[in-house]
Design a protein around this ligand. Structure first.
Ligand SMILES: *Cc1c(COP(=O)(O)O)cnc(C)c1O
Length: 380
């Protein structure tokens, strides 16, 4: 059988709703400046590396046994971190964790959506949300955002518009990224409250993957958890904690909701090493989070400098900026790549998303951008 025959046969056997779809695939290119997936540019500090190695050394002899299915110690540490950072009493029984927040979000969709049910988000938003719907046979509902015409309000959500959409579509699960990806702005708590009230049977998930980067005074939806058993707040160690490779995401919700997620997880889904590495990281949370302020400064620098170049910047509470005003975003993406800087073309006409890296990486991006936009050099 030839390769093309095999491909044709596999396509024929594939679920019809998956045929012709393409997989999630931000390019992983080996270029000097990688600012395309919102990773933290700072390597894990040596002190934390040593603690991780020690933790793995201690647990390795027991790898003949399955991990603690309930990740009890990790759950306690995560509850402690949320309690310390939010000032709210978050109990270990309110915590669920997985291999990245993508997994815990998928658990929510598996448990509360699925065939005959629906998942809704307000787009542009995180590109994985429709994939959760696709992979679980859930109906995808594409909500919209947009308060004003300019880039400063175009991607905002107001309480009434969000509430009207969920009242109309009656989704089973609503996902709201705040700060939103790829646009960067946090959603007001009034929006979350309005959605929760307008969809009395929906699970409302607030995806706070970038919460630690939010501008001062931006409240977390953790403050809304009390008395709202259908509310879920997800977090990740992939961004602020500089642990994308560790694959550890988690959520906080009512213990009854957390309990329901046990029905859909694979047995022993969090490996012994994942639990050990995450605990070592959490024990050094202050050190790992130390670069957050430096990253926020580079983010604000990008906003200021691209605006000075005549481009637009969406206000950002995250570790990235959505830059607009390109006449041909794909061409500009390629020109930046040719200069050794990888950013993200998120498919929004005229826009590119750039992660705030180290000061040197940010300088490299801005210089490449300036050269690309220089009069006579190239069309913007
Ligand atoms: C990066 C990101 C995540 C985190 O994914 P992990 O699986 O935890 O690495 C979740 N939500 C959004 C919106 C993101 O941008």
């Amino acid at each position: 059988m030839t390769t093309t025959d095999a491909a044709a046969q596999i396509t024929d056997l594939l679920r019809p709703d998956l045929r012709g779809r393409s997989a999630y695939g931000a390019p992983q290119l080996d270029v000097p400046v990688q600012l395309n997936t919102n990773e933290n540019s700072y390597p894990v500090p040596q002190l934390v590396v040593a603690a991780m190695i020690e933790a793995i050394t201690k647990t390795a002899p027991d790898l003949n046994r399955y991990p603690d299915r309930e990740f009890t110690a990790l759950r306690t540490d995560l509850a402690g971190y949320l309690t310390r950072s939010s000032g709210l009493p978050i109990e270990p029984a309110q915590i669920w964790a997985g291999n990245g927040s993508n997994e815990v979000l998928l658990h929510v969709v598996q448990a509360f959506a699925g065939p005959g049910r629906s998942l809704m988000a307000f787009t542009p938003s995180y590109s994985m949300y429709p994939n959760y719907a696709l992979s679980t046979g859930t109906t995808w509902i594409d909500g919209f955002r947009g308060v004003g015409e300019t880039d400063t309000r175009r991607y905002d959500l107001a309480p009434e518009m969000a509430a009207a959409q969920v009242a109309e579509h009656r989704p089973d699960v609503v996902a709201i990224a705040s700060p939103n990806n790829p646009t960067g702005t946090a959603v007001g708590l009034d929006v979350i409250e309005a959605v929760y009230e307008a969809a009395p049977r929906a699970i409302v998930v607030v995806d706070e993957a970038y919460a630690e980067f939010a501008r001062t005074g931006t409240p977390s939806a953790l403050t809304l958890l009390s008395g709202r058993p259908r509310l879920v707040v997800s977090r990740t160690m992939s961004k602020a904690f500089a642990l994308a490779g560790g694959r550890l995401g988690y959520l906080a919700a009512d213990p009854a909701l957390v309990d329901a997620l046990r029905l859909v997880r694979m047995p022993y889904h969090l490996s012994t090493q994942s639990q050990a590495v995450a605990r070592a990281a959490l024990a050094h949370a202050d050190l790992l989070l130390a670069e957050v302020e430096a990253i926020k400064a580079q983010r604000d620098r990008i906003v200021t400098e691209v605006t000075a170049l005549g481009l637009t910047a969406v206000p950002s509470d995250a570790n990235f900026v959505l830059v607009g005003g390109f006449s041909d975003a794909a061409a500009s993406w390629q020109a930046l790549l040719d200069a050794g800087v990888l950013v993200r073309d998120v498919g929004l006409p005229g826009h590119l998303r750039v992660t705030a890296g180290t000061p040197a990486e940010t300088t490299a991006f801005l210089e490449a951008l300036r050269a690309h936009l220089a009069p006579g050099r190239q069309e913007r």
